[in-house]
Design a protein around this ligand. Structure first.
Ligand code: PGA
Length: 224
C-alpha cells in the first residue's frame, strides 16, 4: 500500500463547538489501528484560533489525526500585527498549506512570498503542502509535498478527470525531482475520491467543502 495524505482544509469555517463535535464524530469512526488505515496520514487544517483546541483534543483523546495550518506568515517573529509566524505554529502543527489559489486571488500573493513562507515553515520543522494550479506553477526549493488544485475544480462540484489529474501529477514529479508526493484537490467527495487515490502518481487528497461535515469526511476516509 502506498502512503496517502488526506488533508482537510476547513478554510474560514467552524466555531469552537462545531470543531469539537466534528472531532468527536471522526474519532468514533476512524481508527488508525485498523489495518486499512496504516498507510494514511490524516491532517485537519482549521482556522488559526482553533488550532490549539484541535491539537488539545487530539492529544487528550489519542485521536489518530494531525493538525496543520492553512497558512504561515511571510515574516519571522516581530512587529507584524495580525501575523502568525512559523515559530509560533511550530509548537502546534507539523503541516502547513502554502500557496493556495485563494491566497493568490484574495491576497495577491505570489511566488516570492510563497518561497519565504516555505523557507519559514521548513525552518520551524513544519512540512509545507504546496498548492499548484497547473503543471507549470513554480514550486519553491525544499517542497516535497504538492497539492495539484486546478482553479476550475475548487468549490465548483466539477472535479478534474482522474486521467488528467494523473497525467499532471506525473508531469509535476518529472519536472520537480524534489517533489515526492502529489495530492489532488478540487471538489473531492466520497463518490470520486477512490478514482483519484488509486492512481499511481496521486498520493492523497486536499479536501475543502467535503471535509466540513464529519459524516461526509468519514465516508471519504472509508473510500480511500
Ligand atoms: P474543495 O476545495 O474541496 O471545496 O473544492 C479544495 C481546496 O480549496 O483546497
Amino acid at each position: 500500500m502506498k502512503d496517502l495524505f488526506i488533508v482537510a482544509n476547513w478554510k474560514a469555517h467552524k466555531t469552537r463547538e462545531e470543531a469539537l463535535t466534528w472531532l468527536v464524530e471522526v474519532k468514533n469512526s476512524y481508527h488508525e489501528t485498523d489495518s486499512q488505515n496504516a498507510n494514511k496520514t490524516v491532517v485537519v487544517c482549521p482556522p488559526y484560533p482553533l488550532i490549539p483546541i484541535v491539537e488539545d483534543f487530539i492529544i487528550k483523546n489519542a485521536s489518530p489525526l494531525h493538525v496543520g495550518s492553512q497558512d504561515v506568515s511571510v515574516f519571522e517573529t516581530g512587529a507584524y500585527t495580525g501575523e502568525v509566524p512559523a515559530t509560533t505554529l511550530e509548537k502546534f502543527v507539523k503541516f502547513c498549506i502554502i500557496g493556495h489559489s485563494e491566497r493568490r486571488q484574495h491576497f495577491s500573493e505570489g511566488f516570492e512570498i510563497f518561497s519565504e513562507k516555505v523557507a519559514n515553515a521548513l525552518g520551524a520543522n513544519i512540512l509545507p503542502v504546496f498548492c499548484v494550479q497547473n503543471e507549470d506553477t513554480q514550486i519553491p526549493n525544499g517542497v516535497t509535498v504538492v497539492a495539484y488544485e486546478p482553479i476550475a475544480a475548487i468549490g465548483t462540484g466539477n472535479p478534474e478527470t482522474p486521467e488528467d489529474a494523473e497525467q499532471i501529477a506525473k508531469s509535476i514529479k518529472e519536472k520537480n525531482p524534489e517533489v515526492k508526493y502529489v495530492l489532488y484537490g478540487g471538489s473531492v467527495t466520497d463518490q470520486n475520491v477512490g478514482s483519484f487515490v488509486n492512481l499511481p502518481n496521486i498520493n492523497g487528497v486536499l479536501i475543502g467543502g467535503g471535509s466540513l461535515e464529519a459524516s461526509e469526511f468519514i465516508k471519504i476516509l472509508q473510500a480511500c
